[in-house]
Design a protein around this ligand. Sequence first.
Ligand SMILES: Nc1ncnc2c1ncn2[C@@H]1O[C@H](COP(=O)(O)OP(=O)(O)OP(=O)(O)O)[C@@H](O)[C@H]1O
Length: 282
Amino acid sequence: MANTSDTILTVENMSVEFPTLSGVTTAVRDVSFTVGREKIGIIGESGSGKSTTGRAIMRLQPPQAIVKANRMQFEDIDLLTASEEEMRSIRGRRIAMILQDPKYSLNPVMTVGEQISETVILHERATSQEARSRTLAMLERVNIRDPERVFDLYPHEVSGGMGQRIMISMMLIAQPSLIIADEPTSALDVTVRQQVLSILDDLVVERNIGLIFISHDLNLVRSFCDRVIIMYAGRVVETIAAADLDQAQHPYTRGLLNALPSLDHPKDRLEVLRRDPAWLEN
Ligand SMILES: Nc1ncnc2c1ncn2[C@@H]1O[C@H](COP(=O)(O)OP(=O)(O)OP(=O)(O)O)[C@@H](O)[C@H]1O
């Protein structure tokens, strides 16, 4: 059995800067974390640097961005020095990304089946027949009941929840060891969200891979992830096991927890999160 504490990704002291007309914006400051065979959540408010962190790992930041780090190691690959060609062979095949809205990730003029099969043909040089049968099996694996029919649908013909399950099957058919999911369920309603999360959860465990789950929803991350990285203004303020969140030390994390509504302990008023300028200091 694989060791669940294997480290898949190590990020040490990563910063991402964007030169703009009004000066340099530092989107991510001195961020360090590791990802093992686990679900790790990155949470923080809008603009805290979550998506920039995810994109920097994939080296998908805009060309003007300046990424610095002491170390960015993905398995045997040094992400700081890997060539663009190496990165192209890693993206999709070894590190996959699932975004909020599958509509923008799926090609509108190819059927669902064609685009999933294409991944297998491209990465593994499978024959079209092999690719078709693997695609049908993968669609079935994400609980799509009638894979033969869905194979021939175009992206505009599928619902949001089915679209996200199709995205998951497309990402996972290439057998990546790390998935970066950026708000993958934010556009889904609550019941469909639960189905998609449970499929993702099963697949992460079954394949013993790592998942970085980016979200602004602390409750969701607390129940879904094993560990949580809390970001504020581009910095990691705290990294904590999801089960220990109630004992979080940082005042920002405490503030987020206090601002959550609770069914068990209803409050007349929700607390307003007060920010301390000291959180911006190292
Ligand atoms: N291409 C860019 N040029 C300039 N600044 C950028 C660029 N991309 C992101 N930023 C800035 O970097 C900071 C972090 O943005 P990022 O999108 O990573 O935050 P986020 O936590 O993912 O927010 P959200 O939850 O809204 O997606 C923001 O201040 C943003 O304005």
